[in-house]
Design a protein around this ligand. Structure first.
Ligand SMILES: [Zn+2]
Length: 455
């Protein structure tokens, strides 16, 4: 919006977000030599040979994921493309970028560092076995590994199917394939994970860049997090045939070019203080224009914004709000947030637009209150997320040029998606819906507008 950020952060917030019920709703390679590893953690999965350090547990996890994903495609590829599946045969390389050796297709350690990729010319899959994948696994949980590999297999499938398309189309189709595989893996309990595990893994997956030699500043390498999650969910819900039908422009992607090199380098976000002061003003401006269209009545501004510090949470309807980090107080008509810890942490780890979109969800709840919405907490929370998406679309489209100075970049949308996937505490998924569902609601607001948020 702020300014763009690359998918390089590790936005996992180490605090619990509490929400309530009555008064508030909140958002709530190896050590010199290459070893051949034959290992699998599952009796149901055949072993897969890995070129790399046999003692690195990440290579074991990848070998298991590869055998499962290959088995999936062995069955699904002939059904989808009416021809036999040829297993990937160029080798699987778990690389230590510091010591090598380099796999085929890689020209330098930089190609591997922080990366995982499929290379069609050599029919090779390679990954950073000491940097990227262990970090993703540690931060986002075990399921991020099979999602990453399923995405790379998406590219192997494209090579076998003769799929042609723009880079972004190939990327989102691979995301769609990864979504379809994930559904299979969860439904069959090949990976017995929870909805919260999936949310977390999906947030981590968004960090993946997967082409050897791709400049870190090339924004065309992938869709935005928004487009990528859309494609993943598409595959997850509709299956492989939907993915196979992808063409350039269908589904549409939100193409937000980086404005300049400085932007692309991921320079500074808007200062925290400016975000928490400016975004509420922009939300008021948005709602003052939208609400009359929805309700045929003027918008009544939210009475107060209450940033609070430790030990001094405001009361709401004369009751305590201890433990609440971000909330809208219905009886007293104010939005409050922990200005000392929670929101600064979201800003630091998630970026400026993560803060912005979480604030926007609270204005969504305020609007629902004004509209007399009396749906249950999960429904109202998702409607509020949808409204946050509608506000995002307004910023994206720049349709309030005389009153709003904000604009968006692809990095901002990634921040929004990660915020909705990750910003929650224990039990929030039950009350508010999973991050997966929240992102769907948000997307529907972005794409279809505010009216789509209401029944
Ligand atoms: Zn890719």
């Amino acid at each position: 919006m702020m300014s763009p950020r690359r998918r390089s952060g590790v936005p996992v917030w180490a605090f619990a977000l509490l929400t309530t019920v009555t008064m508030v709703c909140a958002v709530g390679c190896s050590s010199g030599a290459t070893h051949r590893v034959e290992r699998s953690s599952s009796s149901t999965a055949p072993s897969v040979p890995i070129e790399g350090d046999a003692s690195n547990p990440i290579n074991t996890a990848v070998a298991t994921a590869i055998s499962r994903v290959q088995r999936y495609w062995q069955t699904e590829f002939p059904a989808l493309y009416d021809r036999p599946y040829t297993p990937v045969s160029g080798g699987f390389y778990g690389v230590d970028p510091k010591s090598g050796p380099l796999p085929p297709c890689a020209e330098s350690a930089a190609d591997i560092s922080g990366n995982a990729f499929y290379c069609a010319t050599e029919d090779v899959v390679a990954w950073d076995a000491t940097g990227l994948l262990p970090r993703l696994q540690k931060t986002y949980g075990d399921f991020v590994i099979p999602i990453v590999l399923a995405h790379e297999w998406g590219h192997a499938v494209q090579a076998r199917a003769g799929f042609e398309g723009a880079t972004v189309t190939r990327e989102i189709q691979a995301d769609c394939f990864a979504g379809a595989y994930s559904r299979h893996a969860i439904d069959t309990r090949e990976y017995p994970i929870s909805a919260a595990d999936l949310d977390r893994a999906l947030a981590g997956f968004l960090e993946l860049r997967d082409e050897p030699g791709t400049a870190a500043t090339d924004p065309s390498a992938h869709g935005s997090g928004f487009d990528r999650v859309n494609a993943f969910q598409n595959g997850y819900e509709k299956g492989l045939a939907t993915c196979a039908a992808y063409r350039d422009g269908s589904p549409a992607v939100i193409e937000l070019p980086f404005r300049d090199e400085v932007d692309a380098a991921g320079g500074g976000d808007a200062p925290y203080a400016d975000v928490v002061a400016g975004v509420p003003v922009d939300l008021e401006d948005y709602w003052s224009k939208l609400y009359p269209e929805l309700a045929n009545a003027p918008w009544v501004p939210v009475r107060r914004v209450v940033p609070f510090g430790p030990g001094s949470p405001p009361t709401c309807g004369n009751g305590p709000t201890d433990g609440f980090l971000l909330f809208y107080c219905v009886p007293d008509d104010y939005v409050a947030f922990d200005n000392a810890d929670a929101m600064p942490t979201v800003y630091r780890e998630g970026g400026d637009f993560a803060v912005a979109v979480l604030l926007a969800t609270q204005w969504g709840i305020a609007a629902l209150s004004r509209l007399g919405d009396d749906s249950d907490e999960k429904t109202s929370s998702q409607r509020a997320d949808c409204f946050a998406g509608a506000w995002t679309a307004s910023v994206l489209l720049g349709n309030r040029p005389s009153s709003s100075g904000y604009s968006l970049s692809p990095g901002d949308l990634d921040e929004a998606i990660a915020a909705l996937l990750l910003f929650r505490g224990d039990g929030d998924a039950d009350r508010q819906g999973t991050g997966f569902v929240r992102v769907e609601a948000y997307r529907s607001g972005v794409i279809d507008g505010a009216r789509a948020c209401l029944p």
